[in-house]
Design a binder for this molecule. Structure first.
Ligand code: FAD
Ligand code: NAP
Ligand code: SF4
Length: 670
């Protein structure tokens, strides 16, 4: 057994879990509508079949006030129970176990009925909450208990009480959000009564043989958050009140320190639970950026926790646990922590899915079935679109030939993986390389496909990607003007002072590549926590100390023509991290630029009425892309039809999420 600690059973008294993997709570959007519960059941059933020890659902509100958003998922009325039985029945039929998370949004609720311990607005929501009255506090505790009883009626194996990330319970715990002077505020003891009473009364109501997981904020990462002593005190009280397991939350949503994005080191916060382990007796669950079995095993073997929570990795691969148990870690489709199809979707009110697995949360709709007619199919281009298409076609039983003119598979992911903090992108390439081998796909690398070579195939898929857009500024033909491709792919030399033309995702990535010397802090927890100002000694309140970024390797100007600060169009849950990273490295980010000319003095620009010369050695063009359809046009001239996917189809606003989804969906139909 390769991972003995990960696969050691965990005895919870009335029940024994088969392994140490908890599928952490993750809002999918399917919880919000009764009509989607068959889909939700199929989604969880697939993960239960994959062998997850214990599943936790996305958050369900215990009341209308606690809704995260209007008409969000709720478990408070008798008629809510039946839809949940579909979920529990499906999970139990696969031999799995599942807890329902109870989440009261508090001041993070995105509606005008929101409530909180005090009338203090959050910086990330537009609504000012109403302060709960003392009776209101009692009623809210009752709502939590009622919700747990309903979960029991729905045959859940237990509940998780969401006490972290800055939601209602967490808001009770600190003066920052709790200014009360009644029995629920004014001292640490009184502020802690709210969660303790919830767990105590819940245990009384549900009896002994029902799991209560309490998600405890172990590091608030916001000013005037809890001290470590207060957190330990609360953990002990929660244990005494009857919790079965303590799970971990890191950082309030309003914290300005990243906690789960791809640039956070793997297992970047398990040092926190290591300290807590010494303080409590009930099993402790650790979390954040754990995505591969060796990481999980190391944490458990080192005594940092009793269980590991993973949410996104199980979106990415429903069979993660089974593959780990069978010592097939190389077969895992690894979560790259991009947030692009999961958290970003949730924040945009769209159904969650996964960039590397578009079937996630679409299990009943995107079905990959064996083909009735085996065909010989050529796929040209082994970037994300072509890889997804080729492997799905082969899974269905087609005879697939894959061409790429480069010496490696991966297309633009080979550049993305070089960006500091995007090391995880390598895993996707490892996964696809393995699938190509397992599925017997005929792979022709270093081969530029031509119309002639493609004759005789039953079907042809063109996934030839994009061509970088050039610029025509006077002087742009000079040798010191290069494209991102020259820098990231071909290793072009870059001076100490650099202007980047174009501040989209790639412009930001190139800037991060140039300010950071390899290896990146993502590979080193001590360096990363120092850079962001996280106190690993736990002496500082809320875990915050002054950030100490390392000096930048270069002086950079990141430019765009659109007025306003660059980076506004970056992804919702990760854009702020990129902006903060570059700000810490003193990158000058300018909008409203008119490029005038390039000469020996540098790049001449106009901003409003003012002209300036940026005294740079190198100018890097990151001005977007055009579709590369040369081969498609050649085929059309020869009278051969072919399917277009990925950047070759539409280059504007292309990302790997669209490329992989489009490739997979086409393959499901051919
Ligand atoms: P490509 O990846 O461009 O692949 C096309 C392939 O076709 C190439 O391998 C090429 O060699 C091959 N090819 C072309 N013509 C021929 C021919 N005639 N014969 C044989 N082979 C041919 N996206 C995200 O979603 N998230 C990110 O964080 C992210 N970061 C990025 C960072 C960087 C630095 C870069 C450059 C891109 C990033 N992207 C990101 C964008 C993402 O990589 C692209 O959207 C994605 O790669 C597009 O996939 P594709 O398969 O359509 O094209
Ligand atoms: P992009 O996001 O479209 O940005 C292109 C940039 O070039 C813009 O800032 C644009 O700004 C500028 N530009 C466009 N035409 C120009 C011209 N003729 N002259 C000068 N400037 C010009 O494209 P990208 O940065 O190349 O990224 C490509 C895709 O990869 C994106 O769609 C993105 O989704 C994906 N990607 C995603 C991530 C991620 O982290 N999620 C990271 C990297 C890439 P102005 O027009 O204002 O000057
Ligand atoms: Fe992980 Fe990205 Fe998939 Fe979310 S979308 S589960 S972060 S790979």
């Amino acid at each position: 057994m390769r991972y003995p600690h990960l696969f050691a059973p965990l005895d919870l008294g009335h029940v024994t879990l088969p392994n140490r993997v908890l599928m952490g709570s993750m809002h999918t959007g399917l919880e919000d509508h009764a009509r989607d519960y068959d889909k939700l059941a199929a989604y969880f059933a697939e993960r239960a079949r994959g062998g997850v020890g214990l599943i936790v659902t996305g958050g369900l509100a215990p009341s209308v006030e606690g809704w995260l958003a209007p008409f969000g998922g709720r478990m408070s009325m008798p008629w809510h129970v039946a839809r949940h039985r579909k979920v529990t029945r499906a999970v139990h039929a696969e031999g799995g176990r599942i807890c329902m998370q109870i989440l009261h949004g508090g001041r993070y609720s995105y509606h005008p009925l929101s409530v909180a311990p005090s009338k203090v607005k959050s910086p990330i929501t537009p609504f000012t909450p109403r302060a709960l009255t003392s009776r209101g506090v009692e009623r809210t505790i009752g709502d939590f208990v009622n919700s747990a009883r309903k979960a029991q009626d729905a045959r859940y194996d237990g509940v998780e009480v969401m006490g972290s990330e800055g939601y209602l319970i967490n808001e009770f715990l600190v003066e920052r959000t709790n200014r009360r002077d009644d029995d629920w505020g004014g001292s640490v003891e009184k502020r802690q009564r709210f969660p303790v009473e919830i767990v105590r009364r819940m245990r009384e109501a549900v009896g002994r043989d029902f799991i209560i997981v309490y998600r405890l904020s172990m590091l608030d990462l916001v000013e005037r958050g809890q001290s470590w002593d207060e957190i330990v005190m609360l953990a002990k009280k929660i244990e005494a009140a009857g919790a079965t397991l303590i799970n971990t939350g890191i950082g309030w949503h309003e914290a300005r320190i990243p906690t789960i994005v791809t640039s956070v080191p793997r297992a970047g916060f398990s040092w926190v639970t290591r300290r807590m382990k010494q303080e409590i007796k009930i099993p402790l669950i650790t979390t954040n950026r754990i995505n591969m079995p060796d990481v999980a095993e190391r944490i458990l073997a080192g005594g940092d926790a009793d269980m590991v929570s993973m949410a996104r990795p199980l979106l990415a691969d429903a069979d993660w646990v089974r593959k780990a148990r069978e010592d097939r870690a190389d077969d895992i489709n690894t979560c790259i922590a991009c947030n692009q199809a999961c958290l970003d979707h949730v924040f945009e009110n769209k159904r969650a899915s996964c960039l590397v697995n578009p079937r996630a949360c679409h299990e009943t709709e995107l079905v990959i079935e064996p083909t009735a007619t085996k065909k010989r199919i050529a796929v040209v281009g082994a970037g994300p679109a072509g890889l997804a298409c080729a492997t799905t076609l082969a899974e269905r039983g087609h005879d697939v030939t894959l061409f790429d003119r480069d010496a490696d598979i991966g297309g633009q992911f080979n550049m993305a993986k070089k960006i500091p903090g995007k090391e995880e992108f390598r895993e996707t390439l490892r996964y696809y390389a393995r699938r190509i081998e397992q599925l017997g796909i005929a792979l022709h690398l270093s081969t530029t496909a031509t119309a002639d070579a493609l004759r005789g195939f039953d079907d042809i898929v063109i996934a030839t990607g994009v061509t970088p857009r050039g610029v025509s500024i006077p002087g742009s033909e000079r040798a010191n003007v290069v494209s991102y491709l020259d820098v990231l792919k071909n290793g072009a030399a870059v001076g100490r002072r650099v202007a980047i033309i174009g501040a989209g995702g790639i412009g930001f990535d190139v800037a991060e590549f140039l300010v950071e010397d390899a290896p990146s802090p993502t590979t080193d927890i001590a360096r990363w926590t120092r850079e962001w100002g996280v106190d690993t000694t736990l002496d500082a309140r809320a875990g915050l100390v002054k950030p100490a970024p390392e000096p930048p390797e270069r002086q950079i100007w990141l430019l765009q023509r659109t007025p306003g600060k660059p980076g506004k169009r970056l992804n919702k849950t990760t854009g702020w991290v990129h902006r903060a990273t570059l700000a810490a490295k003193r990158v000058t980010m300018l909008g409203g630029i008119e490029y005038q000319r390039i000469d020996d003095d540098g790049l001449h620009v106009r901003i409003g009425e003012e002209t300036q010369v940026l005294p740079v050695d190198t100018i890097i063009v990151c001005a977007g892309q055009e579709p590369n359809r040369a081969l498609h046009a050649e085929l059309a001239n020869a009278g051969i039809t072919a399917h277009l996917i990925g950047g070759a189809d539409v280059a504007a606003e292309l990302d790997a999420k669209r490329a992989i989804a489009q490739g997979t969906k086409l393959a499901a139909t051919l």
